[in-house]
Design a protein around this ligand. Structure first.
Ligand SMILES: Cc1cc2nc3c(=O)[nH]c(=O)nc-3n(C[C@H](O)[C@H](O)[C@H](O)COP(=O)(O)OP(=O)(O)OC[C@H]3O[C@@H](n4cnc5c(N)ncnc54)[C@H](O)[C@@H]3O)c2cc1C
Length: 409
């Protein structure tokens, strides 16, 4: 046996300390893995809603996963709101659908939490975990695969030899690029504008989404009954106009687009824009490499599911790795990682195409399609069994869930 053959700097290197990579680091760190977590950002991100005005709709499954990381109890309560109802309607026609958590005997449908608040809690937890080392301000430049190990070289000249590298470095993943994994991208030719607005009428803990002809507009209820996080998807030209117009004009455009549902818009924070793509990696795994979160897939934000899918990836991968680790087997082997790929790839693909279906259905301007979709909305609204099944699936109460997303464990 060659010298150093059994020397490792850690069990796993996770590249990307966003929500998904940090969640995996917590789950594995608590299970006894020695984790090296790396991020290109110069320091762990500090909580600042002004930096990133995105507020995330978090499912019950994601709540359970975040509870298992220990980060949920560190979330600042002042920033978590729950929503009990959801109202979706179409700009063209009278069709609408309403969901209510009480109809499936659940106190809430999910939570609305600023992105930065979740990240802050996960990073707080990571600082408490002795076996998770956080290295900031670095990016991978080299990946070298051996039979029993993998080496990650980073741009400060350091190298880390571990048994597995996990890519959690978002949609422009450097790990994916260095591993030559093909990533098919479909440009929606849409952008999304996000900011926080104050309305005249209380949101009453209802999440609302109106499908406009060029994209959906969502109002997500925040802790303050008059504040909502908005995500407005439309053509890049329209979003450009909305970004650059003055506040008065923006508020007036927003009131009209939202059918004046919450009355006058009285204030708004800085507007940020995001370009929207659907993308999917051809493979989620290679020997000693696994992709999770946006590095593996990105979806349209119309159902607020991107991070929720990524958290399920992290929980599923953690479950498989921990089971294999506890049996003292090599968890970086392709056969082990393939279990993760088989589990999550199909589920993510289903959601991806379902969301595309919704998007194109609601943007279709043929009168017959408009008529049919309004009729469809009304029919489903009158079918409690179907509606409850949709709701349970979307909330993460049903499906092939990892054990970290279930009640027991
Ligand atoms: C407008 C909008 C609204 C959304 N709303 C919701 C919602 O309501 N609910 C929901 O579930 N999802 C939502 N999403 C989706 C969600 O934002 C993403 O799915 C989620 O942030 C993905 O997390 P991630 O950790 O995989 O990637 P990211 O959040 O992109 O994090 C990647 C991390 O990797 C680091 N990194 C990047 N490159 C490198 C490198 N070369 N080396 C080292 N580190 C690197 C970055 O600094 C970052 O910390 C929304 C998205 C948009 C655009």
């Amino acid at each position: 046996m060659k010298e150093n053959e059994n020397k490792y700097d850690g069990d796993i290197a996770i590249v990307g300390g966003g929500i998904i990579g940090s969640c995996l680091a917590c789950l594995l760190g608590q299970a006894g893995f020695k984790v090296i977590l790396l991020d290109v950002d110069t320091k762990p991100k500090k909580s600042s809603i002004e930096n990133d005005p995105r507020v995330f709709a978090i499912t019950i499954a994601s709540e359970k996963i975040l509870k298992k990381t220990g980060a949920w109890s560190l979330l600042n309560e002042a920033n978590i709101s729950s929503f009990r109802r959801m109202h979706v309607w179409d700009e063209n026609g009278t069709g609408e659908i309403r969901f209510e958590s009480a109809s499936i005997c659940e106190p809430t449908m999910g939570y609305i939490i600023p992105h930065q608040v979740i990240l802050d809690a996960l990073h707080k937890k990571i600082r408490d975990l002795e076996n998770v080392i956080y290295i900031s301000g670095v990016s991978p430049v080299l990946i070298k695969n051996e039979t029993n190990a993998i080496t990650l070289g980073i741009d400060n000249g350091q190298q880390y030899r571990t048994k597995l590298i996990v890519a959690a470095d978002g949609s422009n993943s450097k790990v994916r690029e260095l591993s030559n994994i093909y990533y098919s991208k479909h440009d929606y030719k849409q952008s999304a504008l996000a900011c926080i607005v104050t309305s005249e009428i209380s949101h009453d803990e209802v999440a609302r989404q109106r499908f406009l002809k060029d994209g959906p507009l969502a109002f997500l209820p925040m802790k303050n009954p008059f504040e909502s996080g908005i995500v407005w998807s439309s053509s890049p030209e329209r979003i450009g106009q909305l970004l650059n117009c003055d506040k008065k004009m923006f508020h007036s455009e927003l009131e009209t687009a939202f059918d004046n549902k919450l009355g006058k818009i009285q204030n708004s924070t800085e507007r940020n824009i995001f370009s929207l793509n659907r993308a999917h990696a051809e493979h989620y795994v290679q020997p000693r490499i696994a992709l999770i979160g946006d590095s593996a897939h990105t979806v349209h934000p119309l159902a607020g599911l991107g991070a929720n899918l990524g958290l399920l990836d992290a929980a599923a991968l953690a479950e498989i790795l921990i089971d294999t680790f506890n049996l003292e087997r090599d968890f970086g082997r392709l056969q082990v990682l393939r279990r993760y790929e088989r589990w999550r790839k199909g589920e993510n693909k289903q959601v991806m195409y379902l969301l595309d279906g919704f998007k194109y259905l609601f943007e279709n301007q043929f009168r017959s399609v408009q008529w049919l979709r309004n009729l469809g909305l009304d029919i489903i609204d009158d079918m409690p069994i179907v509606k409850n099944a949709i709701m349970m699936r979307a909330m993460g109460l049903k499906g092939n869930l990892p054990k970290f997303a279930r009640d027991y464990c």
